[in-house]
Write a protein that binds this ligand. Structure first.
Ligand SMILES: [Zn+2]
Length: 471
């Protein structure tokens, strides 16, 4: 059987829970899943003692993104290679750097990705304005769908650059429901954050840790409640998806809204599950490496988010992958050679696309998550939520052979030097974890082996995946 691969004897995590079995791949697709499969002439991957799972899907990355006068450190080549090394086989990146028209953003991002990706990818679009007429807004969204983009993000924060008003958000939610476009929101109360930032600067507060004070949990929770209410009023099929939910208060707003019958979904990110705001209390240059928005929170928030993942209040884990080199962190968004002047000039974002799958697996080791819930939040759920289920997110015959053989005993130190993301700082420096992909297959091709790029890994193998409308 030429071009076939048999993954033999692993614990296959599929519909109906984990069970011993084999996965047979033919060409780029899964051909069969079950016990004792045979395939003469197939390449055999022995998976005894390992989990065999659908490849990770990270629905929140920022590759090659200009932020002020610096740029996120990973481009589509290094970012997707790092993703593959960590068991992620599809990313959805946010196209657009600011207020450029969506069509322009999409052309630019296709250009950035073309010929560089070693795994498949898709795009979200950022919406900063919409036509006043509802039917025109819907025509615009329908044009996104025709281009395979079935999700948009709107900002409730950053008034001077990106924020939309409630009328625009309302039109977007209604248009999303009518056209099958998922509406994601960056939920922070922008004017309140700005007011606090001004107050802090006037009081002479310039240090990185100030972002915890300017962007407190309540600012997130208030925006979530507002977005959920707008979605609730928008009628049948409407919903909002909250990106990078960070706090216990934010999670309570999600739970409360849902109990009130409001359609709100949410993801969190590993940094909010593992790190705390204590990292911002060190010397300024060190603390600057932990700046992100929303900011890192307290221990109680981490615990709450783990339980939200376990009980289904949170649907997905993405990364918001947006790393910077130490040099660019220092220069800041205004690219000052003598360094940023205050916290508002520090480019925000952390690396994560390579470490997500294994970090969330720590929840399985700690007894916080079931194996099924790990796979659901890192792959199957994101695929379903973002219109990829027809090709990815589970181990079913006919789907893309995006498969990870995950060795639960492989250990890894999460130092920047041991990882492939193009950043000279790891927020998890010194942390050792157990559980790492032994094999990562993208449409049947081995793209990573034991956490390193494989011989077959090749920029340009990865394809743009047109996504289906959200049902
Ligand atoms: Zn983001």
């Amino acid at each position: 059987m030429d071009g076939a691969t048999l993954i033999r004897g692993g614990t296959v995590v599929g519909d109906g829970g984990p069970r011993q079995g084999d996965v047979l791949i033919h060409a780029e697709r899964i051909a069969a899943v079950g016990p004792n499969l045979e395939a003469a002439g197939a390449r055999v991957i022995e998976a005894g003692g390992a989990y065999v799972i659908p490849g990770g899907i990270d629905v929140h990355t920022h590759f090659d993104l200009p932020v002020g006068r610096v740029r996120s450190a990973d481009d589509f080549e290094t970012g997707t290679r790092a993703a593959a090394c960590g068991g992620t086989t599809c990313v959805i990146d946010f196209a657009g750097a600011g207020r450029e028209p969506p069509d322009e953003a999409l052309v630019a991002w296709h250009e950035k990705a073309r010929g560089r990706c070693s795994i498949d990818f898709g795009f979200h679009l950022t919406v900063t304005s919409l036509p006043d007429q509802q039917d025109e807004a819907e025509r615009l969204f329908a044009s996104f769908v025709r281009q395979g983009v079935t999700s948009v993000k709107l900002y409730m924060a950053y008034p001077e650059r990106l924020m939309v008003d409630d009328e625009t958000l309302d039109r977007a939610i209604t248009a999303g429901a009518a056209t099958g476009v998922r509406v994601c929101v960056h939920a922070e109360d922008g004017p309140e954050v700005e007011r606090r930032a001004r107050e802090a600067l006037e009081a002479g507060e310039r240090r990185p840790a100030t972002i915890r004070w300017t962007r407190p949990p309540d600012v997130e929770a208030a925006a979530i409640r507002r977005a959920a209410e707008l979605a609730g009023r928008a009628g049948e099929d409407a919903s909002v998806y909250v990106v990078h939910l960070s706090s216990e208060a934010g999670l309570a707003a999600v739970r409360g809204s849902r109990e009130a019958g409001l359609p709100v979904l949410a993801e969190t990110c590993p940094q909010y599950l593992f790190l705390t705001g204590d990292s911002l209390d060190g010397p300024d240059e060190e603390a600057a490496s932990f700046v992100c928005a929303p900011p890192l929170r307290a221990n109680a928030d981490r615990a709450a988010l783990w339980s939200g993942l376990a009980d289904g209040a949170l649907q997905a884990v993405s990364t918001d992958h947006c790393p910077f080199t130490q040099a660019d962190r220092h220069r800041g968004t205004r690219a000052r050679e003598d360094g940023w002047r205050d916290f508002t000039e520090i480019p925000g974002g952390l690396p994560g696309v390579e470490t997500r799958l294994s970090l969330v697996y720590q929840g399985v080791r700690d007894g916080r998550l079931s194996v099924e819930r790990w796979v659901e939040t890192c792959s199957t759920g994101p695929a379903r939520l973002f219109g990829l289920s027809h090709v990815k997110g589970s181990l079913a015959p006919g789907l893309d052979a995006d498969v990870v053989v995950f060795d639960p005993e492989a250990t890894k130190r999460l130092d920047a030097g041991a990882l492939h993301m193009r950043t000279d700082h790891s927020p998890y420096e010194g942390m050792e974890i157990a559980g790492w992909p032994a094999w990562t297959l993208s449409r049947g091709r081995v793209v990573a082996r034991d956490g390193e790029p494989a011989d077959e890994e090749e920029p340009g193998w990865g394809r743009f995946v047109p996504r289906t409308p959200i049902g």
